[in-house]
Design a protein around this ligand. Structure first.
Ligand code: LLP
Length: 420
């Protein structure tokens, strides 16, 4: 019996996802196609769980990273809860079988309708991000004759050096969370509202964080607040939500050393007597997925090589939007390399996956895999240039399932009225 193959791995025949040849999936399902490995997701989940060990905690998967129902179901089976940021994500989570008690509702701009829906679902926590939001939530809960369980999302005012400014969230003066120096005032307001039950504190320091230090800094500030709040009123805060952000390797950067992270968090929070929630997204799914695309053309222009693929920025936005590095690899066996721009068919100069990169010397018809596309890949895809969105495939061991069918032209106009 051969050892179990987990995630993307290479044999003499080419690239596999778990034990399934990527070429076979591309042939049978067409391209571009997102391919995910179930075992790689399970593996990451187990690593993080093991690292957190005895800590009184729960992982609430951040649905925004990859909201496919099959992936949500997989994570549910593993015991995860979810972190959602919209009514749409609530809808998905409930459809996947999560219960209200599995759900924390984050987000800087919740609408009244979303609040109503979440109250109806009886979510575990609303992570509230402003005084005004708190007041509106109180009104909505009052109207519905119920109480909302609330954690205050506090801006920990920890500046982290994430790879791109757009993924920084916990710095002073950013739109997220309640300003640290206002948190006590908002807590007092929450304690005075009869339809609000203040049960916790929450933060999110940013994304792609590979060090423990920013978490420690933020958590220490939250623990300080907790003491102040509990001292000021006869209240016991039950939940400490430390957000997501654990970095994975895109090969151009450090990943979070999850074992060291687990140790550090246990040292800091092991005996605080609160239930610790984490909201990892990318850590669980990022490296479990790749976008597989076919080479349409090669050309030279202005002294440069171009590899033109059938996937574009509408399918995977990260390189264009964050200048993000994604490893690129030929699916078949290619010996030599070349320096080229790997670009999509969209009518934008920003439509690229790699610029001046040493890549496999692929030709028209070859397949390439754009790696680390499991998080913030398909979920950020659009129909720009009226391009149907790709299909998604979930591989498990030696078989695979199409978990999203490729969109059709009819799908493109389905919501439009007054046309044909
Ligand atoms: N919790 C909250 C409140 C968040 O805002 C986020 C991500 C997460 C959890 C999950 O973070 P993760 O563990 O996945 O880093 N589109 C960007 C990432 C934006 C992240 C936004 N918030 C990207 O492609 O890099």
């Amino acid at each position: 019996m051969t050892a179990q193959r987990i995630g993307f791995n290479r044999t003499r025949e080419g690239l596999l996802c778990d034990a399934v040849p990527v070429e076979r999936i591309a042939k049978e399902c067409g391209t571009p196609v997102y391919i995910y490995s179930a075992s790689a997701i399970r593996d990451q989940y187990a690593r993080l769980e093991e690292a957190l060990g005895k800590l009184n905690h729960r992982l609430h998967y951040s649905v925004k990273a990859n909201s496919n129902l099959a992936i949500l179901k997989l994570l549910k089976e593993l015991g995860a809860g979810v972190d959602i940021v919209s009514g749409g994500e609530l809808y998905r989570a409930l459809l996947a079988g999560f219960k209200g008690s599995d759900i924390v509702f984050s987000g800087v701009g919740k609408t009244e309708r979303e609040m109503e829906e979440a109250l109806r679902a009886d979510v575990l926590l609303f992570n509230v991000e402003s005084d005004q939001e708190l007041q509106v939530l109180a009104e909505v809960a009052q109207r519905m004759n119920t109480r909302a369980r609330v954690a205050l999302r506090v801006n920990p005012e920890v500046m982290v050096d994430t790879p791109h400014p757009y993924t920084r969230t916990g710095g002073k003066g950013m739109k997220f969370g309640i300003a640290f120096d206002e948190a006590l005032i908002v807590a007092a307001a929450a304690l005075n509202l009869s339809s609000i039950e203040l049960v916790g504190l929450d933060m999110h320091v940013g994304s792609q964080i590979s060090q423990l230090a920013p978490y420690e800094a933020g958590l220490n500030r939250l623990l300080h607040l907790r003491t102040e709040i509990e001292r000021s009123a006869n209240v016991k805060l039950e939940y400490l939500d430390m957000g997501g952000g654990l970095a994975v390797s895109y090969e151009s950067n450090d990943a979070m050393d999850v074992e060291a992270f687990g140790k550090g968090i246990n040292t800091l929070l092991g005996d605080i007597g609160m239930r610790v929630l984490l909201e990892p997204g990318r850590f669980l799914v990022g490296n479990a997925g790749a976008l597989v695309t076919r080479v349409l053309y090669r050309k030279r222009s202005g002294g440069k090589n171009f590899i033109i693929t059938d996937a574009g920025m509408n399918d995977l936005l990260r390189p264009s939007h964050y200048n993000a590095y994604h490893r690129i690899e030929a699916v078949g066996q290619i010996g030599v390399g070349t320096i080229a721009d790997v670009v999509g068919p969209v009518c934008e100069s920003g439509d690229f996956f790699a610029i001046d990169r040493q890549v496999d010397d692929v030709v028209r018809g070859d397949l390439i895999a754009v790696h680390s596309a499991g998080a913030y890949g398909f979920v950020m895809a659009s129909n720009y240039n009226s391009r149907p969105r790709p299909s998604e495939v979930l591989v498990d061991g030696s078989s695979y399932t199409v978990v999203t069918r490729r969109e059709t032209y009819e799908d493109l106009v389905r919501a439009e009225q007054g046309g044909g």
